[in-house]
Design a protein around this ligand. Structure first.
Ligand code: PEP
Ligand code: MN
Length: 364
């Protein structure tokens, strides 16, 4: 059983019924019963939230910070469900967490970023979940490794868990960035390509780390055809015991959801469809030209390599490549093409050029 074959799951049914992105909201951490219920009341009043989230066991980077209320918070979530009709989800990191969560009837579990990195921990969770019918969401690992993320989903699928979803919460990087966790959008897109049936949910709170970034990140996720959003919500964000800078009040969440543009996957407007088709055909022609130009360039590389070989000249000519790396982005800029994109493209062309020349040099 691979995760990609399950197309009728808790999440896909919810999505089909709603016809809109799934919305998950609630505090980073359940701090007190009053704070949990106040958040739930505010979130329920929005009328379109599908799942209530709350951290009960919090994986904190350093000891001494608030590590969650643990099992004591689970009855508060039972009240959230009973009083506001909101199914609840929490993070689990150990088999004991799974056992406690199931005892209290938690509807959906999620595996956090710091757990997804560890295949031993994921396997222990998968074993603990065997035989249950609970739904599980898997956050991306903290490091930008799509194989680990896919591997965690596969371990759960092998344990018989079919109700799966993936949560994109960004990746930690050493380089300074405006994001708390770099989104690196191509990685979740790669996961979606591998597992098209697994709903992909964006967590703009942990990607952005800042309230003002929630809207643009959420908009980008919707435009990339994500299936849902998970946004941290707190009645008094400034005094939250964890992640205070990125949490918003339920009221602000309502405004953000109202400001988002919900675009369609396709259109039945005939004008749009014929224009889009025409532009795509022109792009097909442009792509053929690009490939023909690459073929011409590689044929020249090959010819040059033959000459280098005859004249006993080395492959790598640093001056020449420095000149190429300087001039091509410059040409691109003049033609209105992104310079960084063309610089990256020429790094790939250089690698291929060296590969091709090595092949010629080593030919008997
Ligand atoms: C969280 O959702 O509160 C959390 C700890 O997330 P992550 O695992 O993405 O850091
Ligand atoms: Mn958090």
């Amino acid at each position: 059983m691979t995760p990609s074959t399950a197309s009728d799951t808790y999440f896909t049914r919810l999505l089909a019924r709603k016809g809109q992105p799934l919305l998950i909201a609630g505090p980073c951490s359940a701090e007190t019963e009053a704070q949990t219920l106040a958040t739930a009341q505010g979130v329920a009043a929005l009328g379109n939230i599908d799942l209530f989230r709350a951290g009960v066991w919090k994986p904190r980077t350093r000891p001494g910070s608030f590590e969650g209320m643990g099992a004591a918070a689970l009855p508060w979530l039972q009240r959230v469900k009973a009083e506001f009709g909101l199914p609840c989800c929490i993070e689990v990191a150990t088999p004991r967490h799974v056992e406690e969560a199931l005892k209290f009837g938690i509807d959906v579990l999620w595996i956090g970023a710091r757990t997804t990195v560890n295949p031993f921990a994921v396997q222990e969770l998968a074993d603990a979940l065997t035989g249950t019918s609970v739904s599980v969401m898997v956050k991306n690992p903290v490091n930008p490794d799509v194989a680990l993320w896919a591997g965690a989903l596969e371990r759960l699928a092998r344990a018989g868990i079919t109700d799966l979803a993936a949560i994109h919460r960004g990746f930690s990087t050493f380089a300074p960035s405006k994001y708390r966790n770099a989104p690196t959008w191509m990685l979740p897109i790669e996961l979606k390509t591998r597992f098209p049936h697994i709903p992909l949910i964006c967590d703009p709170s942990h990607i952005g780390g800042r309230r003002d970034l929630l809207l643009p990140i959420a908009q980008k996720a919707l435009d990339l055809d994500y299936d849902g959003l998970m946004i941290e919500t707190h009645p008094d964000p400034d005094h939250a015991l964890s992640d205070s800078e990125q949490q918003v009040t339920p009221q602000r969440l309502g405004e953000i959801l109202g400001e988002l543009k919900y675009r369609r996957r396709s259109s039945d407007n005939a004008d749009y469809n014929s224009k889009a088709e025409e532009l795509r055909q022109k792009m097909d022609v442009a792509d053929r030209e690009i490939i023909e130009a690459l073929a011409r360039r590689m044929a020249l590389v090959e010819e040059l390599a033959e000459y280098k070989k005859e004249n006993n000249v080395k492959i790598l000519q640093l001056d020449r490549w420095q000149e190429i790396f300087a001039s091509r982005p410059d040409w691109a800029g003049r033609s209105g093409v992104n310079e960084k994109f063309v610089a990256d493209l020429y790094k790939l062309i250089h690698i291929e050029s060296i590969r091709k020349q090595t092949e010629v040099m080593n030919k008997a």
